[in-house]
Write a protein that binds this ligand. Sequence first.
Ligand SMILES: NC(=O)c1ccc[n+]([C@@H]2O[C@H](COP(=O)([O-])OP(=O)(O)OC[C@H]3O[C@@H](n4cnc5c(N)ncnc54)[C@H](OP(=O)(O)O)[C@@H]3O)[C@@H](O)[C@H]2O)c1
Length: 292
Amino acid sequence: MNWKPTSLSAVKSGNISLGGELTVNRLGFGAMRITGEGIWGPPKDPAGAIAVLRRAIELGVNFIDTADSYGPNISEELIAKALAPYPKDLVIATKGGWNRPGPNQWTHDASPAHLRKAVEGSLKRLRLDRIDVYQLHAPDPAVPFDASLETLANMQSEKKIRLIGLSNVTMEHIERARKILPIVSVQNRYSFADREWDYVVDYCERNRIAFIPWFPLGAGTVAGRLLETIAKARQVKPTQVALAWLLKRSPIMLPIPGTSSIEHLEENVRAASLQLTDEEYLKLTGITELAS
Ligand SMILES: NC(=O)c1ccc[n+]([C@@H]2O[C@H](COP(=O)([O-])OP(=O)(O)OC[C@H]3O[C@@H](n4cnc5c(N)ncnc54)[C@H](OP(=O)(O)O)[C@@H]3O)[C@@H](O)[C@H]2O)c1
């Protein structure tokens, strides 16, 4: 069966509600790759990065994931430069709780003092009065988890944050967090070939929490032959099959493939129209189960 895209739009991915307050198309954009080498400093081609962000919006993407640590600061600054004043339906989800001592280096800091400074910094760089979705980038082993969350809850009461999400967490973290405040999204590494967090996806589905898989394409390159066979038969790219698998996996799935290239962005958005058959989906799902 050959698949021809009917149109190029993220709308084709369907939509998802974030905390019953905001609705976005299920194919988002990850803005980590619009920075320099090692996610450090400005990109080689800043005008190209701005063009990618603007094209994403033209293609119906209305959920952009970023973090203060991407660059650091660069990704948020570029988003504001490219898109402010923002379209009404655009949701920018940023994160805090990591420090960046150098290229490819990430260290925890989710202390209340750091998080407060981080939220204020993101508000300024993104040119916003309130951040739609603020995600704790990762629990900090040196800081009580509750203390990080209580700080975010306070900033939500102060109307600096609208909705709160978590990243790099277990189900136990999510359950603990939900005793303190509502959690609208969880962002963990996940793809059809990288299924450690399957049970967290299921938990999110049961509890109507959006699941944002990071590295949604990366594992596809490792996954190899089956992905390529399906892609060849459908006359699409393996990366598009990887995205289509995620979108079929659960209605709460909100993939955020990242790229610095308009060509790749368009390919990724085109995957929103690609419906895998049940047979293709099960084959892709099963092969990982056998391997694990
Ligand atoms: N919460 C966390 O701890 C965490 C960690 C990592 C990432 N993230 C978020 O998740 C987003 C996605 O993660 P990721 O960037 O690591 O993984 P990804 O989106 O799976 O992969 C990005 C890589 O794939 C390439 N690519 C993108 N589209 C492609 C296509 N159609 N064909 C071929 N190659 C393609 C990109 O290079 P080109 O630029 O050349 O296209 C880039 O090297 C990030 O942007 C970030 O927002 C979160």
